[in-house]
Design a protein around this ligand. Structure first.
Ligand code: F0G
Length: 472
């Protein structure tokens, strides 16, 4: 065990290197985005025996009658006994996590599931329109605990929108965000600008921006809120707690989630591992992580090259070799699902651990499959952005492969709202072939399988009436 720079901590919550061979620990009052001793990611770890933990998940129901209190109303902090790193008075909450779980008969039919077996966890209902608020409230709270004045992130758009919102709402810190050029949807960019974030648009893509923000935040001492920040993942655990709550504390069979930087999947794995350890659940769901085919590092490493967590001793040569190949071919991530256009996922190790813990699988889906699935999600009443629909496209693929049984219970996480990225949606439904080709053609999307085209009609009453009768 490497203890050179580790901090002795007597607190019940502390930071701990995720690699069993190191295991160095640090106080929660310190700020690290990797283990100072060995460079690996850190976990927030709890000495549960010394904490007031629930004896049953049903214990959380008593909070429902206290929803007038901000921390009990928050879909994150009403579960704070399971992420007990912050004193109540330091928690910064803006009412995040009021998100529903919808059974969708139409999406079940599209995916090939039996009615009632397909559920959509709609994280687009968060204040900034994506699941990011679950993690941001936790990281922001930690930043506030340690007295940070500025907070930074690199982003494909949703993390930055969320950070900018928390900064704007609380007035506690300035947001400094890094985005790649031409790689962010207007919906997301408009949020960061409107909320007043200092917005650095650098030449390059997300992977470049991620590398730079790490360097800059280190040099200028700015608090980093990307999901390398272990506190972010504590907040994201609660997405799964709300799924269980909606299912009357019954465990679903599958959780399908898009894979980008792999923070969500990592946090879900941690949530289930901890619940199991605490005796609050007796079985795990299986996690299915879905990459876009144009940004498929996890799929390549896990399904094709056999990379495994291996109880904390993964074969890192497989990773180094693949990244060297990407560099040699100057290969960049490229998908219409811009939120997950990432080739070097920072949470890869934690995600491998989650895959081992839950018997998970990884798949990749094409942009065509993503947009078709997205249109079917929306046609059934819940709009999502392209990246989110990867979860549904992946569930359909796993169903067709026979990996998922039609009678199993599947939860797909819809990570971001439809209005985040309307460009692809409008092009998909456009009757203008040039517009379709301009936005989608280069992505290998050939057909708008479920297009709902606007009817073009002259401004004449009879013509309009005729057109409605013809089309309805
Ligand atoms: N879905 C949406 C809508 C996202 O914005 C992201 C990530 C993901 C899925 C992937 O989640 O990283 O936990 O695997 N967006 C980040 C951002 C990268 O900067 O907003 P993950």
């Amino acid at each position: 065990m490497s203890t050179a720079t580790a901090t002795a901590t007597s607190a019940a919550a502390y930071q701990k290197c995720m690699m069993p061979a190191c295991g160095a620990t640090y106080d929660v009052g310190e700020v690290h985005t990797s283990c100072p001793a060995c460079g690996a990611l850190l976990d927030i770890t709890y000495d549960w025996d010394r904490l007031p933990t629930p004896t049953s998940l049903r214990d959380f129901e008593r909070k429902w009658s206290r929803r007038n209190e901000p921390l009990e109303r928050s879909g994150v902090w009403r579960f704070r006994e399971l992420l007990p790193f912050a004193p109540d008075e330091k928690i910064v909450s803006i009412g995040e996590g009021q998100t529903p779980l919808h059974p969708s008969v139409g999406v079940a039919a599209y995916v090939g599931m039996n009615p009632g077996r397909m559920l959509l966890q709609y994280e687009g209902m968060n204040p900034s329109g994506s699941f990011k608020d679950n993690g941001m409230t936790a990281a922001f709270t930690h930043a506030h605990m340690i007295g940070a004045q500025r907070a930074a992130c690199a982003s494909t758009g949703n993390t930055s929108a969320s950070l900018a919102l928390y900064c704007g709402m609380s007035r506690l810190m300035q947001a400094v965000i890094f985005i790649g050029s031409g790689k962010i949807s207007y919906g997301k960019l408009s949020q960061a600008l409107d909320y007043g974030a200092l917005t650095m648009q650098i030449t390059g893509d997300f992977d470049d921006a991620m590398q730079r923000v790490r360097e800059v935040s280190k040099r200028l001492g700015i608090y980093l809120v990307n999901s390398v920040n272990p506190f972010r993942l504590e907040g994201q655990k609660t997405i799964m707690l709300r799924v269980l709550e909606s299912l009357n504390w019954q465990m679903p069979d599958w959780i399908c989630v898009p894979g980008g930087n792999l923070g969500n999947s990592s946090s879900f794995g941690k949530a289930f591992h901890e619940l199991h350890k605490l005796g609050l659940i007796d079985r795990m769901p299986r996690i299915a992580i879905i990459n876009a085919a144009g940004a498929d590092t996890l799929y390549e490493l896990y399904e094709k090259r056999g990379l495994r967590w291996n109880d904390g001793a993964p074969d890192t040569k497989i990773i180094d070799g693949y990244y060297a190949e990407l560099d040699a071919a100057s290969e960049r991530a490229d998908t219409i699902a811009s939120a997950i256009e990432i080739n070097r996922p920072v949470n890869l190790m934690k995600c491998l651990r989650a895959l081992q813990c839950t018997g998970g699988v990884v798949r990749e889906v094409t942009d065509q499959q993503i947009l078709d699935a997205k249109s079917q999600v929306a046609a059934n009443g819940l709009g999502c952005e392209p990246a989110s629909a990867a979860s549904v496209a992946g569930a359909k693929m796993l169903r067709e492969e026979g990996v998922i049984d039609p009678d199993e219970q599947v939860v797909c996480v819809l990570t971001g709202h439809q209005l985040k990225d309307p460009t692809a949606t409008v092009a998909y439904h456009s009757s203008d072939q040039n517009e379709f080709n301009r936005v989608l053609g280069s992505r290998g999307v050939n057909t708008a399988t479920y297009a709902n085209r606007a009817v073009q009609v002259e401004n004449d009453l009879d013509a309009i009436v005729r057109a409605i009768q013809l089309n309805s």
